[in-house]
Design a binder for this molecule. Structure first.
Ligand code: TYD
Ligand code: MG
Length: 483
């Protein structure tokens, strides 16, 4: 099946020809198959992840040549209709899906246990049911009574959601094929489902893949939209069914810090919509509440005038989002000082620290550095570099930053501050929330708002000098001392 191309990943050389695949060892992490047991999966590097699994019936290649059915090839130009969607009415959810659930599409929702996946989905099915659409919620983890109890707590008892506690995919498909096709079917979770066509134990990669395949086929055939819930492992991967990620139309992840009430829904893959939009929710006693103005929420508990905090004017998709970046720089007693970061990329932090050391004379080799994005938010944009650097220097020099100013800009390795996209929207959001100043890259556009004064800064050195000038402590010029 595979020609051993020198560019193919190594694991493919090991792949077993379909005809010989009677008993195989399948990596439970990535789905690679081997004909012998071994301690480490060569495809993904995971240890002890191989499990013996029964064979899947060989598909395509097993068929005799000459027996195929002829089909019509078509032109690229032709009638293309917009994907027919059903909006849930939960605006933050619809924003992430790209305007609603697409007919016949399958969406995988991943997230840590207890983050609120079941809560979100029971709310979504109830919202659809209230709009008069047929919505079905199938739980493989909880009994019907438990789901009802949750619905009662959420005040959704009277919504016409159809419930079941089932794990057999064949039974589910047979039942749902009867009567009017449901608009939305929730399967909570894909790891608990099993199909007769595969001989492995429930929860194994082969079962999960088999069950997902059957459900995807059903979705395409019937036109129902299906949401599969997937559990996430410690390191943030959707456990086992990473293979499923490739099969579905969209992958969303539901995130949040355990101690915070905010939950963020993010699209990781979306065949029918954007992948950079986020939906923000707040977990309350009555379920998930939509947060329509996240900036206000993320800035609501700000300590004004404390050194080490800077407000970053970020963008999440088409929506500007202001968040507070907090830094603590303290002399270290360790041989190798600590670098700890929550909500931002740690290699990005290392880079900013290196630029501060190399170009701005800020010595941090003897300091522990902690960086945190407030509210449990996770930032992916390089535009946060300047805000992070400002917070770090502010903490080091004990120099509070102006409380009414926002920061954005990308730091290059040369120490220059680079312009970033959508400066206008960032400034507009800052002005709307009452900020009066902005530290922006050179050629960052005018704010267009009289109330907001922009200050253009071309290099990190200038920014550091400006912050340090107001400091009660001078940055150490030689390693380790705090002078
Ligand atoms: P759940 O939706 O069961 O999480 P998941 O399906 O992702 O495992 O949510 C469980 C958590 O949410 C649980 O710790 C309690 C909390 N919760 C609330 O705070 N308020 C509520 O109204 C509900 C239903 C749950
Ligand atoms: Mg659940």
């Amino acid at each position: 099946m595979f020609s051993p191309s020198p560019y193919a990943p190594r694991a493919h050389f090991k792949a077993i020809p379909m005809s010989k695949r009677s008993l195989t060892f399948v990596c439970q992490n990535c789905g690679a198959a081997y004909n012998r047991w071994q301690g480490k999966c060569e495809a993904c590097g995971e240890w002890n992840s191989l499990a013996e699994e029964g064979a899947e019936r060989p598909a395509g290649p097993g068929r005799k040549p000459g027996k195929g059915r002829l089909f019509q090839l078509q032109d690229l130009a032709g009638e293309a209709t917009d994907a027919p969607r059903t909006a849930s009415g939960i605006a933050e959810l619809d924003r992430v899906t790209g305007g609603g659930f697409v007919k016949g599409s399958v969406l995988l929702l991943g997230g840590d246990p207890g983050i609120g996946k079941s809560t979100l989905l029971i709310q979504a099915t109830a919202a659809l049911a209230r709009l008069g659409q047929r919505a079905v919620y199938i739980s493989g983890e909880e009994a019907v009574a438990q789901v009802r109890l949750r619905a009662e707590r959420l005040g959704l008892s009277e919504a016409a959601v159809e419930l079941a506690s089932e794990t057999s995919v064949e039974d589910i498909i047979a039942t749902l094929s009867e009567g009017k096709t449901p608009r939305l079917i929730v399967i909570d979770s894909i790891q608990t489902m099993w199909t007769d066509t595969v001989e492995s134990a429930p929860g194994t990669v082969t079962q999960v893949r088999g069950a997902a395949q059957a459900l995807i086929r059903f979705a395409k055939r019937s036109g129902a939209a299906i949401i599969l819930v997937g559990h996430v492992t410690k390191d943030g991967q959707i456990a086992g069914p990473r293979v499923v990620e490739h099969m579905v139309d969209a992958v969303m992840s539901f995130e949040g810090e355990g101690s915070h009430q905010f939950r963020i829904l993010r699209a990781v893959k979306n065949r029918f919509g954007p992948t950079d939009e986020i939906g923000v929710f707040e977990m309350t006693g009555e379920g998930l509440r939509e947060v329509t103005n996240p900036s206000e929420l993320f800035l609501s508990e700000r300590d004004l005038g404390t050194p080490g905090t800077a407000v970053f004017a970020g963008m999440e998709g088409t929506r500007p989002l202001l968040v507070e970046i907090q830094a603590l720089v303290a002399p270290s007693s360790l041989g190798t000082p600590r670098r700890s970061v929550v909500g931002w990329d740690s290699s990005r932090l290392s880079m900013v620290l290196a630029v501060l050391e190399a170009h701005c004379g800020v010595r941090l080799g003897g300091h522990d550095v902690y960086l945190n994005v407030a509210g449990g938010m996770r930032i992916q944009e390089p535009a946060a570099d300047v805000a992070a650097a400002a917070a770090l220097v502010s903490s080091l020099c004990d120099a509070p930053l102006p409380a009414q100013a926002v920061y954005f800009g990308e730091v290059s390795l040369s120490g220059a501050i680079r312009p970033v996209a959508q400066a206008g929207s960032r400034l507009k959001e800052a002005a709307k929330l009452g900020f009066t100043g902005a530290i922006v890259p050179e050629s960052g556009r005018e704010s267009g708002d009289q109330a907001l004064k922009t200050q253009e800064i071309g290099s990190l050195t200038t920014l550091v000098a400006e912050i340090a000038a107001n400091g009660r402590r001078k940055p150490a010029k030689s390693g380790g001392q705090d002078g």
